[in-house]
Ligand binder design. Structure first.
Ligand SMILES: NC(=O)c1ccc[n+]([C@@H]2O[C@H](COP(=O)([O-])OP(=O)(O)OC[C@H]3O[C@@H](n4cnc5c(N)ncnc54)[C@H](OP(=O)(O)O)[C@@H]3O)[C@@H](O)[C@H]2O)c1
Length: 429
């Protein structure tokens, strides 16, 4: 639904012809920044006058100019009376960059069309109100679904203080990710594997369990090489990653993080550090293994917005059990490995407690199928099963994430600013 905002008037209006098209272009521009802007969201902007695009911009990196700022600078005096299409609500506070609302007003822009509001509750709507109060016509909600999907990792980090977690699975029709001997290369075809590389490029970190690191010795680097390098994270309580592992020996070893628990000895930790990897020491989970919620919280504190987990089955099961899976990308190969092979998700649940997912998209990808899913909120599952556990997003169920970026910033006495609102180390984009 679109909304037009004049100073006090919040009446609903239809967008003008062409708004959808120009916003689609702004979203296209924003996508260029995906996976590059952390801890800021990707943002795109288009300035239009007399049905012609006069300038465009997209946010390239945190600390760099904002999308609106770039477009306005490029347009110069021509921005007067123009319409600005921007995928995210313009910031109205001083951070590393001056407020975009000031630049918009100074340029004399007549109309601002915004896809989504700032997800930061402390800033949400402030930029729009500032523009409307100054007499600019503001329309919001054009291209909302796509723009919201684009900033989902950022919104998750702002609201929960931890990165968005995408679980990637590549499995046979009978849900197996490796044969009985642990061999898994390759279950899916080239097209699916190319898509996985694209997913890696959009993420800030790629995570696997110790079993996968030991069996597959993956490099977890996006191929082809070049551009930004996501962190590589191995979850291994005792730090037992083979010292010959590629991730500990290639030139990107400084981007390798080993998440260990107290089971890891000081000697082992220093061996891993001497290899050049970073060691993240975390509490042990009640059910054993590294406490994954604590791990994600630690990654959130390091400004990681999006983690893709590439298995294996044991780690996938733990993430589901902890309610920490936000999206699933399931590449399904029309093949069978049988019951002795390794399951895509280990462990097991009863019918009443099993995680449930909902379809987002199903499509053919080369010889395989690509299934995109979202876990259903536990609230729905609890209602169905009649169990009394807390839903993931309730204040209680979310207690371990209560120290969100916003709250952290408050405690540190640093005011969250603009689209980059958290933490003392962080100022603003
Ligand atoms: N087809 C595919 O796309 C694909 C992808 C990935 C993996 N695989 C296959 O999957 C197999 C490995 O899977 P896996 O299930 O044996 O191992 P895994 O999930 O990769 O790793 C499990 C190990 O991680 C450590 N860990 C630490 N904290 C944990 C926690 N909270 N929850 C779960 N694990 C935790 C544990 O080792 P510690 O006790 O040392 O902490 C655990 O044994 C390999 O054969 C690999 O080829 C296939």
């Amino acid at each position: 639904m679109t909304r037009s905002t004049h100073a006090a008037d919040m009446s609903l209006v239809a967008p003008r012809p062409g708004d959808e098209r120009w916003m689609a272009r702004a979203i296209e521009l924003a996508r260029r920044g995906e996976g590059r802007t952390r801890p800021n969201p990707p943002v795109g902007a288009v300035l239009v006058r007399n049905v012609r695009c006069i300038a465009e911009g997209w946010h390239r990196r945190a600390g760099g100019p904002h999308a609106e700022e770039i477009a306005l600078r490029r347009a110069g005096a021509a921005a007067r009376g123009a319409t600005l299409y921007v995928t995210l609500e313009p910031c109205c506070t001083h951070g590393r960059r001056p407020p975009c609302t000031d630049a918009i007003l100074a340029a004399g822009v007549a109309r601002v069309v915004v896809a989504v509001r700032d997800p930061n509750p402390r800033h949400r709507g402030r930029g729009l109100r500032r523009l409307a109060a100054a007499g600019v016509e503001v329309v919001e909600g054009v291209g909302k679904a796509e723009a919201a999907a684009l900033i989902e990792p950022f919104a998750c980090w702002i609201r929960r203080g931890r990165p968005f977690v995408t679980l990637k699975l590549a499995a046979t029709l009978d849900g197996r990710i490796a044969d009985a001997a642990g061999a898994s290369r390759w279950i899916t075809g080239a097209a699916a594997r190319r898509e996985v590389q694209r997913l890696r490029r959009r993420a800030d970190a790629v995570m696997v369990g110790r079993g996968t690191a030991a069996h597959d010795d993956p490099s977890l680097r996006p191929r082809p090489e070049g551009g930004r390098r996501p962190w590589r994270i191995v979850v291994a309580s005792g730090g037992d990653v083979p010292l010959s592992a590629r991730m500990l020996n290639d030139e990107a070893v400084a981007r390798t993080m080993i998440a260990v628990s107290d089971r890891c000895s000081a000697e082992r930790e220093s061996v891993l550090r001497n290899k050049g990897a970073e060691v993240l020491r975390l509490p042990e989970a009640d059910e054993g293994g590294v406490d994954l919620a604590a791990l994600l919280e630690a990654l959130g504190r390091r400004d990681l917005l999006h983690v893709i987990c590439e298995g294996g089955g044991a780690l996938a099961a733990s993430l589901f059990r902890a309610g920490l899976v936000d999206a699933v990308e399931y590449f399904l190969a029309p093949r069978l490995l049988g019951a002795t092979a390794r399951p895509a998700v280990g462990g097991g649940w009863s019918l009443t407690a099993m995680p449930e997912l909902t379809w987002v998209d199903i499509r053919r990808l080369g010889r395989d199928a690509w299934l995109r899913l979202r876990p259903l909120r536990r609230r729905a599952q609890v209602r169905r099963s009649g169990r009394a556990s807390e839903p993931r997003n309730s204040p209680v169920g979310n207690a371990r994430f209560s120290n969100t970026g916003v709250e952290r910033a408050r405690k540190n006495g640093t005011e969250p600013v603009g689209k980059n609102p958290t933490g003392a180390r962080r100022t603003a984009r």
